[in-house]
Design a protein around this ligand. Structure first.
Ligand SMILES: NC(=O)c1ccc[n+]([C@@H]2O[C@H](COP(=O)([O-])OP(=O)(O)OC[C@H]3O[C@@H](n4cnc5c(N)ncnc54)[C@H](O)[C@@H]3O)[C@@H](O)[C@H]2O)c1
Ligand SMILES: [Zn+2]
Length: 363
């Protein structure tokens, strides 16, 4: 097992990465203020892993209330959140009862927001079971639900007490979900880690094939990158954390525009990163050879590189509802080079048009 620390004053927490960690009730129990937890999962993950986790927790003396919600991005909303609150209240969960998220980013984001707001805040632990959640969403304390008009528009910063990433859970993950996780992994290389980007160029097929050594390294390196950024700018006030949103302004527009769950989050981010690279190129910053390198790596990861053709006006309308909008201006993450990202509101309609036209597909 490897441990990556997220260093936050007074609230540091470990990310445990390894095999057979679902069986380690002790890892979770160690962090609980009361030997009581609600285990929140979805209809796909619960039949696979809920009993195993509940059993391990029981063996460590923890009483468990299971709460199972429907799987999928289209359920990351108020209605489902309220169903979680119903279950917590009916089962008399208390201030010291811990909410444990067992699932992908949807479960993690929704459970985290439930934990942030139930009784004004209860303890929270992440057990991510998708590659995307293990490398990104379970770390850093961004929690949210979607609004019909905008992704993740309602939420809170709320850190977990621990993250437990059991790599064995990836064995049951569909290939499309592995690719979606690779999009966020590639993102770290693009925004801040050139050696990692090069390593990914050498190892992407091994990752797609779920080679465990390659996956362990990619998960660890991603968590280290995320932990560093979060420690430097927990609440996205200094600009550094916003860089983790490379491809997301366009990606969120794709997810909302097509309807939540049509494209996976990671797929939308992949196509969004290609648009961001093309905008950077249109503005004279990124070399066309680097745009090609980025596009090729994403393609090799099994990801879409052509975005839906909504047209510039619709993209602008969709992107206008984004947490990064400031003073009414949409702000974008662009690339100066591979490994060097920056935040700017200064993007011309012409550059956007060129980029969107160049990467559009009829979906
Ligand atoms: N909070 C953050 O910082 C952050 C970062 C990135 C993404 N996100 C959010 O994460 C979400 C995407 O997460 P995701 O890609 O994990 O999606 P997801 O939670 O929808 O999981 C993908 C699918 O895989 C299933 N599944 C999960 N684990 C499985 C397993 N081990 N075996 C078989 N099936 C399994 C789920 O039931 C679901 O159907 C988006 O809502 C996105 O906005 C949040
Ligand atoms: Zn993301």
């Amino acid at each position: 097992m490897q441990t990556v620390e997220v260093a936050l004053t007074g609230r540091s927490y470990p990310i445990y990465i390894g095999d057979q960690l679902l069986e380690r009730g002790d890892l979770v129990a160690h962090h609980l203020p009361q030997k009581r937890a609600a285990l929140i999962s979805d209809t796909t993950v619960a039949p696979l892993y809920l009993e195993k986790v509940a059993h391990a927790l029981n063996a460590s003396g923890v009483a468990v209330t299971p709460v199972v919600i429907p799987a999928g991005e289209q359920h990351k909303n108020w209605h489902t959140l309220n169903a979680v609150f119903d279950a917590l209240i009916l089962n008399r969960c208390e201030r010291k009862s811990t909410l444990i998220a067992l699932g992908g980013g949807v479960i993690g984001d929704l459970t985290g927001f439930a934990a942030a707001s139930y009784l004004r805040g209860v303890p929270f632990i992440q057990i991510p079971t998708t590659l995307l959640a293990q490398v990104d969403s379970s770390v850093g304390g961004k929690t949210a639900i979607n609004h019909p008009r905008g992704k993740n528009m309602i939420g809170a910063f709320y850190q977990p007490l621990a993250v437990i990433a059991d790599m064995n859970t990836l064995n049951t993950l569909p290939g499309r979900e592995i690719s979606a996780g690779l999009a966020e992994i590639i993102k770290y290389g693009l925004i801040r880690d050139v050696p990692f980007f090069k390593w990914l160029e050498d190892n992407i097929e091994a990752l797609v094939a779920r080679d465990s050594t390659a996956l362990a390294y990619a998960i660890q390196r991603s968590c280290e990158n995320k932990a560093e950024v979060v420690a430097a700018d927990e609440r996205e006030e200094l600009g550094e954390r916003a860089l983790l949103n490379l491809g997301h302004t366009f990606g969120h527009a794709i997810e909302t525009g097509l309807g939540y769950g049509t494209w996976l989050h990671g797929e939308a981010v992949a196509a969004g990163m290609v648009i961001a690279a093309r905008v950077s190129q249109a503005m004279g910053m990124l070399k066309s050879a680097d745009v090609a390198r980025i596009t090729t790596l994403l393609e090799r990861a099994g990801l879409p590189v052509a975005a839906p053709d909504f047209g510039l006006d619709r993209y602008m309308e969709l992107m206008g509802i984004d947490k990064k909008v400031e003073g009414g201006k949409i702000r974008f993450i662009l690339l100066r080079a591979i490994g060097s990202a920056f935040l700017t509101a200064d993007v011309s309609a012409a550059a956007l048009n060129t980029a969107l036209a160049g990467s559009a597909a009829n979906v």
